[in-house]
Design a protein around this ligand. Structure first.
Ligand code: ACO
Length: 372
């Protein structure tokens, strides 16, 4: 039997910090309101030269470093993002090139903040079925670019960042046990970026109406979230034959402390069983679960053999949970040091681009009159 283990993890966060006091200079709000209603103190904001893909590449390289793996060995790159680089190409394709995953397929998953949990579930299924050996899953966001900085209902909530897992196949029992995935499209209007897609392409009207920004019916999302966080975790536990008391740690989507407290009550677990770091980063959507996981490892709260649950909710509406046993990196000998590998991959990428230009010129010169 093949198991899917999480063997690498990494995070990337922009340096710029935006505090609640900073936001109170933009809209009519204050630190006390934001902290008491959400738990958020500050969030990170991407610099101009950063994007969802650059943050994803940084987090991915760190995850590969932990897994002691070259990107050469990856079979698949999945990026979950609510703020992708483009409608297409997939952000995953840019990440695939950026890390030199030359043997990997690459695609994006869109399930708002639940995207990372869904993507890890799909990666684990691909590995358990025997069709893949090593998969990189990334959650990456620059949601600050889709926030209306005059809307106090939403601009206090979101932050930028990325997190990544490497999943690998092994005969050793452990890794991802079970996953549940749910959607309810009847609630799609509760949380959306209405314009910029095919239904409402960006136009002067959509810009004037601010429809290219995040729109949210906060109370509706809050009620939905408090309901599904505990139920999804219970379902995933049941599927894997575990009880809530077996869990060493729950790593929830970091949206609002009050939502996490409701999940704790629903699962009858104390809050110290929940990893919470949203005070520092706000809601980083798909990136929040992997960033929280990395910080759980760094702070010694997540150790080999621990039984854990990941749970998330988001626009769609979507929600899902996973249970897993934390294993940590395999004792693998990396074939090429990462810096050298990355340099070679970059050279290859530049040469491929140059070749495409030359090919285009030759085609233009010799192929013009060719009958197809
Ligand atoms: N500062 C001060 N006052 C505010 C602010 C603010 N930033 N925002 C709203 N208020 C006011 C409102 O206008 C309202 O005033 P009123 O009573 O005079 O009308 C009052 O505060 C209460 O507003 P509510 O919306 O009822 O506040 P609530 O306690 O519900 O908290 C919040 C709002 C924090 C948005 C909460 O509803 C929430 O967290 N919802 C979930 C949001 C979420 O998690 N979204 C992300 C989902 S993940 C994804 O897919 C991206």
């Amino acid at each position: 039997m093949t198991y899917a283990h999480i063997t690498g993890w990494g995070k990337a966060l922009p340096e710029k910090i935006l505090t609640n006091d900073d936001i109170s200079k933009l809209v009519d709000t204050n630190d006390e309101w934001i902290r008491s209603r959400t738990g958020i103190r500050e969030r990170r904001i991407a610099a101009d030269e950063e994007s969802s893909a650059t943050l994803a590449v940084d987090a991915s390289l760190r995850a590969l470093e932990v897994a002691n793996l070259n990107a050469f060995d990856l079979d698949l790159v999945i990026v979950a993002s609510s703020s992708p680089e483009h409608i297409f190409p997939a952000t995953a394709s840019i990440v695939q090139d950026g890390i030199g995953a030359i043997n990997a397929g690459a695609f994006d998953i869109l399930a708002a903040c639940t995207g990372f949990v869904f993507a890890v579930n799909m990666a684990a299924q691909a590995i358990k079925s025997g069709s893949m050996q090593s998969v990189l899953v990334v959650g990456a966001e620059t949601l600050s670019r889709f926030v209306d900085w005059t809307d106090r209902n939403t601009c206090i909530l979101f932050g930028d960042g990325a997190g990544a897992f490497v999943l690998q196949a092994s005969e050793e029992p452990g890794g991802v046990f079970s996953g549940v995935m749910h959607s309810d499209g009847s609630g799609a209007d509760l949380l959306s970026i209405p314009a910029g897609g095919s239904k409402e392409p960006v136009s002067e009207i959509t810009l004037a109406e601010g429809n290219h920004y995040i729109q949210m019916e906060g109370k509706g999302v809050f009620k939905f979230a408090t309901r599904v966080m505990a139920s999804a975790t219970k379902e995933a536990l049941e599927k894997s034959g575990l009880e809530a008391e077996d869990l060493s740690l729950v790593i929830p989507h970091q949206a609002n402390t009050r939502i996490i407290e409701a999940a704790a009550r629903g699962l009858k677990l104390p809050m110290d069983k929940f990893m919470v770091n949203l005070d520092k980063y706000g809601n980083t959507s798909t990136a929040s679960v992997p960033i929280a996981t990395v910080e759980a490892v760094e702070s010694g709260r997540l150790n080999r053999g621990d039984k854990i649950a990941f749970v998330a909710f988001g626009g769609g509406l979507s929600w899902g949970a996973l249970t897993a046993e934390w294993t940590g990196p395999y004792p693998i000998e990396r074939k090429v040091p990462q810096k050298r590998y990355l340099f070679l991959a970059k050279v290859r990428s530049v040469l491929l681009r140059a070749l495409r230009v030359v090919e285009g010129m030759l085609w233009g010169h010799y192929g013009r009159d060719r009958k197809l």
